[in-house]
Design a protein around this ligand. Structure first.
Ligand code: NAD
Length: 497
């Protein structure tokens, strides 16, 4: 079986260390292995990045941007190949894989604006013959640790911008679907990136701990589950590192009585069941204001969920593929069992779903619960599967209270025609990303992405303007060129105008 290698100092390398199997979730078969880096291998990547950094830091931002322009072209040229690689190891449909790649390319486009975003700020004559400016300087060696669910897009949230800002980057992708991530990194080298500015090390906790503990690594970007995000934030900041750690989610959609129900149902179907529910912005709770809305919603959803086209991710024209691993499938089935035991009404049951010809794939069918209440585990916890829970409330205020009381605050949305309700919702909801009649309000690349509460640890959101701040340090310079012949008296009072 072939081995997914590390990319260190521009070379693909295998170290003969521990490995893990990488599966095709549609068939349940192991298709290759991935090496799991030891501390020594991670250190090799860090040493390479450290050596490459000074020259890259001094490379003009416009030249760094030119590499990103070429990278964007290569990504577009290889869209079909990359989508296939994503689908094979993740299980998402080809169209969905192409979608995540396109959203990742948006971040490369933003990184192409490096000369503009790094311009800094300048003030002439802040005092007599004194000029002042602020610079944005790179941090040095920075690292990113990414989840399985967006093997192309989430790494592209991080390293194009970090690198365009002048840093050297070490990426530790998810060990469950590493091939497309590695291939995309190779394309950046093909685009002209100097060796050592992007290194990819595969691995598990050992590799992540090595990155956290290395004094040369100045900043860590993490995206994954909340317990690991909390761990990385605590351990990284304890060592004086800059950390942004994006975690899990439970995203609610509020349906008001005046919502355009047919369109809301279409939106909910994609947002709840697209990518088999394995999106941190997936809608997993529909909060219906009034029983009439809930009854009408269930009546429309039920037949559509039963008609979902489910099959091997690598086929075309499907709605969803399998879950990523057997463990993920078993966990989701466990949650459905739990919801039934807790007394929620199971309207559509996705357990035991089989795809002819792919009997060993990790499939779960679309699942719908009604009459879910806030103390149930299926409401409180992130399921990360194709399970939508309907909660019934009597007013918008009750819906908002429910959302504000939840420990997660990644994304949410409201379906309504009432501008006053929408405005109140946007103002008062305790969630980082909000949609009005938009089910997946993932910000475009020139805004920034991030949740609130236990969905993000750190001060800055990912990519966009916050990403520039995260990957740079501000330096403020005050400069004076006094007249040659003038006498300078000492000044003991604090300098002021
Ligand atoms: P995960 O937390 O299991 O893994 C994420 C990364 O952490 C991987 O690279 C993994 O190798 C590493 N890791 C795993 N266990 C570790 C440990 N004990 N110590 C150190 N590192 C460890 O997450 P996942 O299952 O790959 O991804 C799904 C999760 O990610 C969901 O909770 C989802 O909501 C979340 N997610 C969040 C966002 C966001 O933007 N907030 C985006 C995508 C995914």
């Amino acid at each position: 079986m072939s081995i997914v290698q590390h990319l260190i100092h521009g070379e693909l390398v295998t170290k003969g260390e521990r490995t893990a199997d990488v599966f095709n979730p549609s068939t349940g078969q192991a298709v290759r292995k991935v090496e799991l880096a030891s501390r020594a291998t991670v250190q090799e990547a860090i040493d390479s990045a450290k050596a490459a950094f000074p020259a890259w830091r001094n490379t003009p931002p416009a030249k760094r941007a030119q590499v990103m322009f070429r990278f964007k072209q290569l990504l577009e040229q290889n869209e079909a190949k990359i989508s296939q690689m994503i689908s094979e190891e993740h299980g998402k449909t080809l169209e969905d894989a192409a979608g995540e790649l396109k959203r990742g390319i948006e971040n490369v486009e933003f990184a192409c604006a490096a000369p503009e975003v790094l311009k800094g700020e300048y003030s002439r004559n802040v005092g007599p013959n004194i000029d002042a400016w602020s610079d944005f300087q790179p941090l040095g060696v920075v690292a990113g640790i990414t989840p399985f669910n967006f093997p192309a897009m989430v790494p592209l949230w991080m390293y194009p911008l970090a690198i365009a800002c002048g840093n050297a980057f070490i990426l530790k992708p998810s060990e469950r679907d590493p091939s497309s991530t590695l291939y995309i990194a190779q394309l950046l080298l093909e685009a002209g990136l100097p060796k050592g500015i992007l290194n990819v090390v595969h691995g598990d906790k050992e590799a992540v701990d090595a990155l956290i503990e290395a004094p040369e690594v100045k900043a860590l970007s993490f995206v994954g589950s909340t317990p690991i995000a909390e761990y990385i934030y605590a351990e990284g900041t304890k060592r004086g590192k800059r950390v942004q750690a994006l975690g899990g989610a439970k995203n609610h959609a509020v349906l008001m009585p005046d919502a355009d129900l047919d369109n809301a149902v279409s939106a909910l179907m994609g947002a709840a069941y697209g990518s088999c529910g394995e999106r941190c912005m997936a809608i997993s709770v529909a909060v219906c204001v009034g029983d009439q809305v809930a009854d009408a919603l269930i009546a429309k959803l039920e037949p559509q969920i039963k008609a979902l086209k489910i099959g091997a991710g690598t086929s075309c024209g499907l709605d969803m593929g399998p879950l990523v691993t057997a463990a993920a499938r078993d966990k989701v089935v466990g949650y459905i069992d739990d919801g039934v035991a807790a007394g929620a009404k199971l309207v559509v049951d996705g357990r035991g779903f089989r795809v002819a010809g792919n009997e060993d794939g990790y499939f779960v069918g679309g699942t719908l619960f009604d009459k879910v209440t806030p103390e149930m585990r299926i409401y409180k916890e992130e399921i990360f599967g194709p399970v939508l829970c309907v909660v019934r409330v009597n007013s918008l205020e009750q819906a908002m209270q429910l959302i504000n009381d939840h420990e997660y605050g990644n994304g949410t949305c409201i379906f309504t025609r009432d501008g006053e309700a929408a405005r109140l919702f946007c103002d008062e909801i305790e969630v980082g990303m909000v949609g009005v009649n938009v089910p997946l309000p993932v910000p475009v690349a020139y805004h920034s992405f991030g949740g609130w509460k236990r969905s993000l640890f750190g001060d800055l959101h990912a990519y966009g303007p916050d990403g520039v701040r995260f990957y740079t340090r501000r330096k403020a310079i005050t400069q004076r060129w006094p007249q040659r012949a003038s006498h300078e008296a000492s000044q003991f009072a604090f300098p002021s105008l």
